[in-house]
Design a protein around this ligand. Structure first.
Ligand SMILES: [Zn+2]
Length: 254
């Protein structure tokens, strides 16, 4: 990526996050991103990558990523891996919460990592379809990374798989994208953009960035009673006790 293009992407990202953040602050119960580097639990670290979070999860002698960030050079991710005494070759797998470009941009830096993805987002990742939400559709040309040719594994709703030695349960949470997944790894629930931290708990993102907005709240119902100590999302950060926060979110919508 040329410096000019990189700058354009950065500016677009900042504008998008700024506009969305302002709307969120005014009209929804949203919060602001919690920082550039977030330490969660169990050694998991969140890294802010040009507007979205990617999460580094220790996995045996390597790591698993939850999403790969917006930055095609994955600079912040590689810097954090370096801080941990690791490099790109230590990334065994990437669990994609969904296939929007601001979560898949860094994939090309980890060509050996197997990608795990919800079955209904494979076409989006392969650019065989465009996003339906008008903002992601408008932004899609900016995220012009080539389709990754990593080994690809589809994750079906409710399945549990061993990924690089980690036990991972995937729950389909369609709405933000058709194939959005929530990943549970140990005590952490990774929700991407399907459910995010709010000022007083959790909320869903705007209808106009969603593939199927009417499916967002029903998908949150699929996470009721989740046994996780912490939720980690794709743009804001951590939410403690997600099961309680989900109950409050749903109670307010009855
Ligand atoms: Zn998204």
């Amino acid at each position: 990526m040329t410096p000019g293009r990189r700058r354009a992407l950065g500016v677009a990202g900042v504008v998008l996050v700024g506009v969305a953040g302002t709307f969120a602050w005014l009209f929804q119960d949203m919060t602001l991103p919690q920082g550039e580097r977030i330490e969660a639990i169990d050694g998991v670290v969140g890294v802010e990558t040009s507007g979205s979070f990617a999460w580094i999860v220790p996995a045996g002698d390597g790591v698993v990523l939850v999403d790969a960030g917006a930055d095609p050079d994955a600079e912040a991710l590689l810097a954090e891996l370096g801080r941990q005494g690791r490099d790109a070759g230590d990334v065994r797998a990437v669990l994609l919460t969904h296939a929007h470009g601001d979560h898949t941009g860094g994939l090309r830096q980890f060509p050996q990592a197997e990608i795990w993805i919800g079955a209904d987002d494979v076409a989006l990742l392969r650019k065989e379809r465009t996003p339906i939400g008008w903002i992601p559709r408008m932004m899609a040309p900016l995220f012009d990374a080539p389709v990754p040719d990593n080994p690809l594994e589809e994750f079906a709703d409710g399945d549990t798989h061993t990924v690089a030695g980690l036990t991972v349960k995937g729950t389909a949470v369609p709405g933000h994208t058709l194939g959005s997944m929530a990943w549970q790894v140990g005590d952490l629930l990774f929700t991407g953009d399907a459910l995010v931290a709010a000022r007083d708990g959790v909320t869903v993102l705007f209808a106009w960035i969603a593939d199927a907005p009417e499916r967002q709240v029903p998908s949150v119902r699929r996470l009721v009673g989740v046994e996780a100590a912490m939720m980690a999302d794709g743009h804001f950060g951590l939410t403690p006790e997600p099961a309680d926060a989900i109950d409050r979110f749903l109670a307010a919508r009855q």
